[in-house]
Design a protein around this ligand. Structure first.
Ligand SMILES: NC(=O)c1ccc[n+]([C@@H]2O[C@H](COP(=O)([O-])OP(=O)(O)OC[C@H]3O[C@@H](n4cnc5c(N)ncnc54)[C@H](OP(=O)(O)O)[C@@H]3O)[C@@H](O)[C@H]2O)c1
Length: 285
């Protein structure tokens, strides 16, 4: 099996590259500079040259707040880019692995009552911001296509590479003695090393379709921040605030939990979010 990774300079893409090296399987990886997935000619040239069996798309427009003012750009990468990859994968018979997000759901607080374990894969779609809409448009491309695809939704992604909440908290704690953190959004911090390993296992099982991969357990951002500092032994005051007190350009879902029952039925066990945090903090050093 030969693999091709797009968006290989991002936090998930870099984790995939490390993982594939350890697996000692043939692969090629392309950052946004080497392969722009919105450029159909470039995508065709690269895919027809590399002839991968599996394309792992880690490329995405992920700037949630900036997407509000850059709708076209978000859709260009998250919808048209996915269409380009899908079309080229069909041509050479490759499987496409694509990542999406909990933000395709509306995340209303009340949904917690209907879905106490989190949204199932076929839960009610209803993004509340442009980023979520653009990611949903990418999902629709796969759902309507004749390609062999594996769509993996993840939430609150954190890893050793790139920017994420854990690294931001650590950086801010070196500069301030107290922090305001939102306490009315619930979700599950999910780790790139776990997502890559579990996606790999899904690929070994040769399954297709949509799967949720998210750590076990649920927490708010504020309680997550407290746990980060507890595990690192940093004494800092966390002021728990509401989303209304912490205005952002894009609205955020209050309830971001993804049910992983379907993955569990395939024999996968996601890590629990606190243990995963411990492993990530060791990696970050
Ligand atoms: N981060 C999260 O909390 C989160 C949560 C749920 C789901 N997800 C999903 O998980 C996946 C991986 O996210 P991530 O956190 O690894 O994102 P990331 O760190 O922002 O990486 C995305 C990568 O895509 C590249 N890219 C952007 N436009 C491109 C284009 N036109 N052609 C090729 N590459 C392009 C970016 O390159 P440049 O930096 O050069 O633009 C970047 O390296 C995405 O599908 C994302 O939507 C993420």
């Amino acid at each position: 099996m030969k693999y091709l990774v797009t968006g290989a300079g991002g936090q998930l893409g870099r984790e995939w590259v490390d993982f594939l090296k350890i697996q000692k399987v043939p692969f090629s990886d392309f950052s946004s500079v080497d392969l722009d997935i919105t450029d159909i000619q470039q995508v065709k040239t690269v895919i027809n040259r590399e002839i991968p069996d599996i394309v792992i798309n880690c490329a995405a427009y992920t700037k949630v707040d900036e997407a509000e003012a850059n709708r076209d750009k978000a859709f260009l990468v998250n919808e048209t880019g996915v269409k380009n990859l899908t079309d080229c994968c069909i041509e050479i018979g490759a499987k496409l692995v694509h990542y999406s997000t909990d933000y395709v759901f509306s995340g209303h607080q009340n949904d917690q009552n209907s879905y106490p374990d989190g949204y199932p894969e076929n839960g009610p779609i209803g993004p509340i911001n442009i980023y979520g809409e653009s990611k949903r448009a990418g999902e629709r491309v796969l759902e309507k296509s004749a390609a062999d695809w594996l769509l993996v939704r993840v939430s609150w992604l954190c890893g050793r590479y790139g920017k994420n909440f854990v690294k931001t908290m650590i950086k801010l704690s070196a500069e301030r003695d107290q922090l305001k953190v939102v306490d009315d959004q619930t979700g599950s911090p999910t780790y790139t090393f776990d997502v890559v390993e579990k996606t790999w296992l899904l690929l070994q099982k040769e399954v297709s379709g949509t799967f949720h991969l998210a750590s076990k357990g649920a927490v708010t951002w504020a309680r997550f921040a407290e746990e980060i500092f507890r595990q690192r032994g940093v004494g800092i005051r966390i002021n728990r605030v509401s989303s209304d007190e912490f205005k952002t350009a894009a609205k955020r879902p209050s309830f971001s939990l993804l049910s992983t029952r379907k993955a569990e039925k395939c024999g996968l066990q996601m890590i629990e979010w606190k243990s995963g945090l411990g492993l990530l903090l060791q990696q970050i050093g």
